[in-house]
Design a protein around this ligand. Sequence first.
Ligand code: P1T
Length: 382
Amino acid sequence: MKFNTKTIHGGQQPEAATGAVMPPVFLTSTYAQSSPGEHQGYEYSRGANPTRTALENSFAAIENGTHGFAFSSGLSAIDCVLRLLNPGDEVIAGDDLYGGTYRMFTRLFKKYGLEFTFVDMNSVANVTSAITEKTKLVWLETPTNPLMKIADIAAISSAVKNKNEAILITVDNTFATPYLQQPLNLGADIVMHSATKYLGGHSDLVMGALMVKDQKLAEDIHFIQFAAGAIAGPMDSFLALRGIKTLHIRMQRHCENGKAVAHFLKNHPKVGKVYYPGFESHPNHEVAKKQMKDFGGMVSFRLKDQSKEAAFKFLENTHVFTLAESLGGVESLVNHPTTMTHASIPEPERLKIGITDSLIRLSVGIEDEEDLLADLDKALSL
Ligand code: P1T
């Protein structure tokens, strides 16, 4: 199946008992057994639930994996990956990450003996030169949140595996989605999503996803998912499955509107730098062109007036763009990383990479382009 067909049919079959085209929401915690250990494949819903199974099969299909796993949040999916490691192991991660990912790495897992090195993944050599004998995981986010940096997934995966085949490569594919890039095809071992975002697509749930193509890795992840217990519930699983069925057409419009917004901002007299991988002037544009089908709906920028007051004035005066955390829903959102999504990163670390008070992040939705541009223009002109 090709991608668009997979979003609708991948891993899906009509429900066995009734032929229902969409799986029922199996709101049950447990399943009757005819004799101890004798059941129809389901024992207890932490281990498996048929609605979650339908979603997990879809997860696997859209990322070209063999197994998918649904968690109660994006962060609990990341937590599961880190639990594959042991105290003393080292992780190499990008220097621009969602604030909550950075917080989990530095304030939770460091406490349990994992070590983290943050490098600019613009360059493959930055990654390979950070590898030590203790390195067990490389964590990529591309495009990055919020600076829209691009890492070359294929080049990093092959360079790392050349040094040590056993190092796991994980890609947080939240911003791109499998519509734009499929990391398992490019050499990654694990794909992670905050399914809260584009996969769900409607800002009505919080969920995480992992996808893999290796049987042993799938068994290890399933064990952690079951033993630690941070599973997605059946109602959220139903909503996410419904969301995925329109992922391809939503992404198409997100990309079109994202492009229009990025160009509009670039030409606006009040706007300074615009961060968008679709610009030829973006430092990783060639890599983005090679590994992504299009450039997505996320755009960050600075006003020429770099004061916090100017940024706040803009943020308080958009109406079609709602001021809120999160991204990837059908509606456009605007976010101020330093006070909202990236507040948990210590200021010196933020300043080092350019997450300052003048930075504004847009999640461009699928409304009419004219309304989006008019809304931005009005807020910029105040
Ligand atoms: O929020 P949650 O579903 O737990 O996912 C965390 C997460 C992981 N990775 C990336 C790239 C993310 O963007 C997020 C969540 N991000 C936001 C809430 C945000 O507004 O950036």
